[in-house]
Design a protein around this ligand. Structure first.
Ligand code: MV4
Length: 496
């Protein structure tokens, strides 16, 4: 493989190209008109504009992207995450054009893209699953029978769904009919497929996923777990590896189940098997993601592997160069997603210019970003500015390092989720490890971040009273963890 096209944008395009470069592989970027000045476009050896900003006129234009490959003599496509990464039709067309799709087969994508066929495949390997319907619910009569056999509360889920879309909670039998109809019509309009199934509701679960890697010679390994329970409306906020609740025995059990799921679909490359883990540490297979995930760096930090390199080697038909026994967990890694969103305003995307943009540095800090100072955050795409990852000898050190890195990160021009992440990282429920997928719902209120303005008002009052110099040590000691330095400085200038 001599030349790879990255069918993606932003931080992940850059991250993929870096690994390709290390392997001596040339890179091609495709970009929309909104991304003309983005770092990933400049980083690539060649770059081609493929259309207007809207994704469906650029990054989702599979045929246009394949044409670029043919013109430029590209022999592999890396799809990143999102966009075309889990599109089986695209993978089929890429293969038909004689280009290597750096990812699993279209068959594996189709099987795992549909939750019911994924569960059917996993069942053959006795992978534990939440009790519920064996297949799609055909009619109301069956729905009521299955509901009564399963017990309440239960969930109706769309087979084609993911990320919580088309999921309905049902608390008593009288609600089954209405919720079935709603679930089916939601599924039909969102995915063009009204197949739904029933699962017993697991309350307060953890979301723990296993990274797997498979070659085309029958070797499949697990690269341990990622704890992804800290989510807000199905959007992950903080991820870490390893999870603080898994014992070595449970880790091995879940890892082996994940390998079984990968084998069940003849998986190739890097993939992720998602599980729910309940308060008694029972685990249940949910679904498999057939792509490189946003949060893959935490797995890289604890294993020392470069997952993109491994993907490329597998796509070149190489054998894995290590076995399960060679893999060991080294320390602890945490990732926070830095979004251009306003945590004070219901996390609405906050678009604008990165007037000041300075990233944290130092021991154990990794920043995967796609922006530079002076750039605008485009409105057309996901508002993630960066992923900030820290690694330490243990969980405490990784968290301390993350708080230090967050305090060094200087972003002016847009609101970000950095302070919100610091709030979570300092919370007792997080530091103790005793949290589940309801953490944000239970523990976060926008007022909790108002410390800024409270501090600033206190400082203003002290300055006015001529006491600022004397009292400042106390104020900073109290507030240095939450005060955004740039705002602080701006205010001081305004006041003095
Ligand atoms: C569940 C569940 C409880 N019980 N299934 C949400 C997204 C989709 N991938 C699966 N999801 C869930 N499935 C049963 N039987 C709770 C969730 C869930 C959730 C899962 C992972 C991470 C965050 C979540 C937030 C709310 C609900």
């Amino acid at each position: 493989m001599k030349k790879i096209l990255v069918a993606n944008r932003g931080e992940i395009a850059l991250r993929v190209m870096r690994s390709a470069k290390e392997m001596g592989i040339k890179t091609v970027a495709v970009f929309s008109e909104a991304d003309r000045n983005a770092p990933f476009v400049r980083y690539a050896d060649e770059a081609v504009c493929i259309g207007p900003p809207a994704s469906n006129q650029s990054y989702l234009k599979g045929d246009v992207i394949i044409d670029v490959c043919k013109k430029l003599g590209v022999d592999g496509i890396h799809p990143g995450y999102g966009f075309l990464s889990e599109n089986a039709d695209f993978a089929t067309k890429v293969k038909a054009a004689g280009i290597t799709f750096i990812g699993p087969s279209a068959e594996a994508m189709n099987m795992m893209g549909d939750k019911l066929s994924a569960k059917a495949a996993a069942k053959k390997f006795n992978v534990p699953m939440v009790p519920g319907s064996a297949g799609a619910i055909k009619d109301l009569k069956e729905a009521i029978e299955v509901a009564l056999a399963t017990g309440f509360p239960l969930l109706i889920k769309a087979s084609a769904g993911g990320g919580g879309k088309g999921m309905r909670l049902v608390e008593k039998v009288e609600e089954v009919e209405e919720q079935m109809q709603l679930a089916m019509s939601e599924a039909k309009s969102a995915f063009g497929d009204d197949a739904v199934f029933i699962e017993k509701f697991v309350s307060g679960p953890r979301h723990i996923e296993i990274q797997v890697l498979a070659d085309n010679h029958g070797n499949t390994v697990y690269l341990f777990e990622r704890e992804c329970s800290i989510q807000r409306r199905h959007q992950k906020v903080i991820e870490e590896a390893p999870s603080s609740v898994l014992t070595p025995e449970l880790r091995k059990k879940m890892g082996e189940c994940a390998v079984d799921v990968a084998k069940a679909c003849n998986y190739s490359g890097a993939g992720t098997v998602e599980f729910l883990v309940d308060d008694k540490l029972n685990f249940y297979f949910l679904e498999m993601n057939t792509r490189l995930q946003v949060e893959h760096p935490v797995s890289e930090m604890i294993t020392g592997l470069d997952l993109v390199k491994e993907q490329i080697k597998v796509a070149r038909n190489e054998k894995l160069s290590f076995t399960q026994d060679d893999l060991k967990i080294n320390g602890h890694a945490v990732e926070v997603r830095v979004y251009a969103e306003d945590p004070q305003n219901n996390f609405l995307p906050d678009i604008g210019k990165l007037e000041t943009y300075r990233i944290p540095k130092g021991t154990g800090v990794r920043v995967d970003d796609g922006f530079e100072e002076g750039m605008d955050i485009p409105i057309y795409y996901d508002p993630m500015i960066a992923k900030l990852i820290t690694h330490g000898a243990n969980r405490e050190e990784a968290i301390e390092r993350m708080l230090r890195a967050i305090s060094e990160y200087k972003i002016v021009g847009v609101e970000t989720t950095l302070d919100f992440c610091a709030f979570v990282l300092k919370h007792e429920a997080f530091t103790s490890g005793k949290f589940d997928t309801n953490f944000i719902k239970y523990h976060y209120k926008p007022e909790y971040l108002n410390k800024h303005s409270a501090d600033e008002e206190a400082i203003a009052a002290l300055v006015a009273a001529g006491l600022f110099e004397k009292a400042s040590t106390n104020v900073t000691a109290e507030s240095s963890k939450t005060v955004n330095y740039s705002k602080w400085k701006k205010n001081r200038t305004a006041l003095s």
